[in-house]
Design a protein around this ligand. Structure first.
Ligand SMILES: CC(C)(COP(=O)(O)OP(=O)(O)OC[C@H]1O[C@@H](n2cnc3c(N)ncnc32)[C@H](O)[C@@H]1OP(=O)(O)O)[C@@H](O)C(=O)NCCC(=O)NCCS
Length: 324
């Protein structure tokens, strides 16, 4: 699952006084394309009375932070760009700017009415199965077989391997664009565990194009590192950049992690995936993963629910070669 390690960012924001401006990462990507996984938001701490329709509000739902459009103020209801409305949450402030890399997009209050109207239009369209089907088909078409030769030429030879300490910068750039995981977490894990001299614990694998840019990533680690009470090593944050999809990158990333698990003497590894993420489930199944027991699936969902996760998950497991 592509998730945020449950670091308590929400508590940090709530402890900040009204009027304070803060930059945060990990406020979700449901305002896509306005907000992507690795983007940061600038938040002005304020109460619900300072929010109006069309503002982007930062809201705490469980332990999760989301930045969504205010669609009604009495009572306060927020929604993603394509969604109908969120479960009730605690409003923490108003988003005043977005940052992607060096690029900062201010969100002045002048944009309120266009955001409100845009949200209404997009969510009404998205509620129609036909529109959703067309959008999916267009996306699949763009990254399917016909464009593969073009993309292959553009990317050059792809190298897929375990990450080393010197890959940190490339990893942070990729994470900034595509992952919800914090840079501090990745830095700590890469230097302290995955690429540790004299014996790694867990592992991280990356795919690089001919220019050395990272275009795919996944890591294998204990969920206890992220505060969840689940045993064993889990594949986390498996993401391939759209330009490198359907070229076998995810298959090779999982192969690297399986090999690392074998060397570390693991008998079995696990993965959890959003139940409706058919592509991802297929990717794991093609690598020999099987659905885990209903009991484990129940525990994974319970752990994520307790940390503010909202989507049903499936858990998969695979015996590591040599341990059949
Ligand atoms: C899920 C995801 C990681 C898969 O990555 P990927 O690199 O495209 O996966 P692969 O290339 O290994 O396999 C994808 C498909 O391409 C096909 N394929 C791979 N190489 C191919 C080739 N050279 N020629 C033809 N088909 C090929 C595979 O058979 C597979 O087909 P299938 O889906 O019908 O089974 C990617 O779609 C992604 O990043 N999604 C968004 C993030 C996400 O959902 N992550 C999972 C969270 S757990």
């Amino acid at each position: 699952m592509v998730g945020t390690p449950p670091v308590d960012l929400a508590a940090f924001v709530e402890a900040s006084p009204p009027g304070r401006r803060l930059w945060l990462r990990g406020a979700g990507r449901s305002l896509y394309p306005l907000l992507r996984s690795g983007d940061s938001v600038q938040v002005l701490r304020c109460g619900p009375e300072a929010l109006s329709r069309g503002d982007v509000a930062l809201v705490r739902v469980g332990r999760r932070l989301i930045a969504h459009v205010v669609v009604s103020t009495g009572p306060l209801v927020t929604a993603s760009l394509l969604g109908k409305g969120d479960p009730a949450g605690v409003p923490l402030g108003r988003v005043t700017a977005l940052r992607r890399g060096w690029w900062i997009l201010p969100l002045p209050r002048l944009t309120r009415s266009s955001l409100f109207l845009g949200q209404r239009l997009a969510s009404t369209l998205w509620s129609r199965p036909l529109a959703r089907g067309v959008a999916r088909r267009l996306r699949d078409f763009a990254f399917s077989g016909w464009s593969r030769p073009m993309r292959t030429r553009w990317l050059g030879r792809l190298e897929v391997r375990l990450l080393r300490a010197e890959d940190l910068d490339a990893l942070l750039v990729f994470a900034g664009e595509r992952l919800l995981v914090s840079s501090a977490f990745l830095r700590r894990q890469l230097l302290g565990r995955w690429a540790r001299e004299g014996g790694a614990m867990g592992a991280a694998a990356g795919a690089f194009d001919a220019a050395g840019r990272m275009c795919g990533f996944a890591f294998l680690d204990s969920y206890r590192e992220e505060g969840l009470a689940l045993d064993g090593l889990w594949v986390r944050s498996l993401v391939v950049a759209p330009r490198a999809r359907r070229m076998g990158v995810a298959h090779r990333l999982l192969g690297c992690l399986l090999e690392a698990a074998r060397k570390q003497g693991e008998r079995r590894i696990y993965a959890d995936v959003d139940e409706d993420n058919v592509t991802s489930v297929r990717t794991f199944r093609r690598r020999g993963f099987r659905f885990a027991s209903p009991e484990l699936i129940r525990r994974v969902n319970a752990e994520w629910d307790a940390s503010g996760g909202s989507k049903p998950l499936v858990a998969l497991e695979r015996i590591v070669d040599g341990h059949e």
